[in-house]
Design a protein around this ligand. Structure first.
Ligand SMILES: [Zn+2]
Ligand SMILES: [Zn+2]
Length: 336
């Protein structure tokens, strides 16, 4: 079968001789329909990221079950599903508290350190799969994983209704975070350099959006003390430095995207302004349920983020495009 392999920095290749997987009794076999290209896929392509070389990428996907293991009770052939790509051990301190994103084995997951879903067929533990309601298309389903990232970061931030939040970056994760913040009842201010993304940012729930050099306008709009929360969905030195200048003393910065070096350099400023820094990784199975629920009830929308659907053969060229400045938000790969 065909699939997309991350060979190493700068090299993505299409393979056509991957053996079709077989399933264990607690697994299902999924025929993948859509798989998203994630910012972290592109990051690992540009410079060494968290991905192991020679890994089949893909962790944001939807598809149809075509085979079911003997022990699987709740799913059947023909079910449309999405999958939580985190692969927990199911038996550590965190897994026993349903915090499998903090599992002792984390961040082991599909498409990063183990083979992922940008392939025609994938076997997964049935427990990791979630049924898609009829009203949610498979295309939208492939965008639920980044939606779960946004929801989890907002839930974990502890933000309260009516508090002020600034979001850095209106890419996929930023836009998902903005929508989750809207559901949570926050006032939302966004900084995004690409002006063509500003209207969509407002449409999806931001109260105002500025280019980064106008960050002081957010200070003014928040009684000159700065927002209570910042969600850094970029996580580079520039955004984190700006976030520290913008946030009110005693506020909390949630790192949704992260460059490790930028974080280290900022500790002193965090200390003297009493700023809390909250790290975020992944989501739980509950977050996925919340994401599906909000999407089904039309409280959030992922369709406007899907800016392109491409064929498998177009993937390597798309990685080149996404490595340079571009207008895409979420690109999906379609399997037929
Ligand atoms: Zn992703
Ligand atoms: Zn565990």
């Amino acid at each position: 079968m065909k699939g997309v392999m991350y060979e190493n920095v700068g090299k993505i290749s299409i393979l056509d001789n991957i053996p079709k997987p077989s399933i264990k009794p607690d697994e299902v076999l999924i025929k993948v329909k859509y798989c998203g290209i994630c910012g972290s896929d592109v990051e690992s392509f540009k410079r060494a990221g968290m991905y192991a070389p020679k890994t089949i990428i893909g962790h944001e996907f939807s598809g149809e079950i075509i085979e079911v293991g003997n022990d699987v009770k709740k799913l059947g052939i023909g079910n449309r599903v999405i999958v939580n790509p985190i692969l927990p051990c199911y038996n550590c301190y965190w897994c026993n508290r349903n915090q499998e994103n903090m599992c002792k084995d984390s961040p082991k997951g599909l498409g990063t350190l183990t083979h992922g879903a940008m392939v025609e067929y994938i076997n997964v533990k049935a427990e990791r799969a979630l049924l898609l309601p009829d009203s949610i298309s498979l295309e939208e389903g492939a965008a639920i994983e980044p939606l779960a990232v946004g929801i989890y970061s907002v839930e974990e931030s502890g933000i309260r209704m009516g508090e002020n939040a600034a979001v850095y970056g209106a890419g996929t994760i930023g836009l998902m975070t903005i929508q989750a913040l809207k559901v949570a009842g926050a006032n939302i201010f966004v900084l995004e350099p690409v002006e063509s993304k500003h209207q969509l940012t407002l449409d999806l729930g931001a109260d105002s959006v500025f280019i980064p050099k106008h960050w002081k306008k957010i200070k003014k709009l928040t009684n000159r003390i700065g927002p209570d929360h910042v969600f850094d969905c970029v996580g580079i030195a520039e955004t984190l430095t700006s976030a520290i200048n913008l946030i009110r003393k005693g506020g909390q910065i949630t790192l949704v995207g992260m460059d490790p070096e930028a974080v280290l350099k900022s500790f002193y400023a965090l200390a003297i302004f009493n700023i809390s820094l909250r790290g975020i990784y992944g989501y739980t199975q509950d977050t996925f349920r919340t994401a599906i629920n909000l999407l089904e009830k039309n409280k959030v929308d992922v369709k406007p983020m899907i800016t392109k659907v491409i064929k498998l053969s177009e993937v390597p060229a798309m990685f080149e495009t996404l490595s340079k400045p571009h207008d895409e938000i979420k690109v999906l790969v379609e399997f037929d």
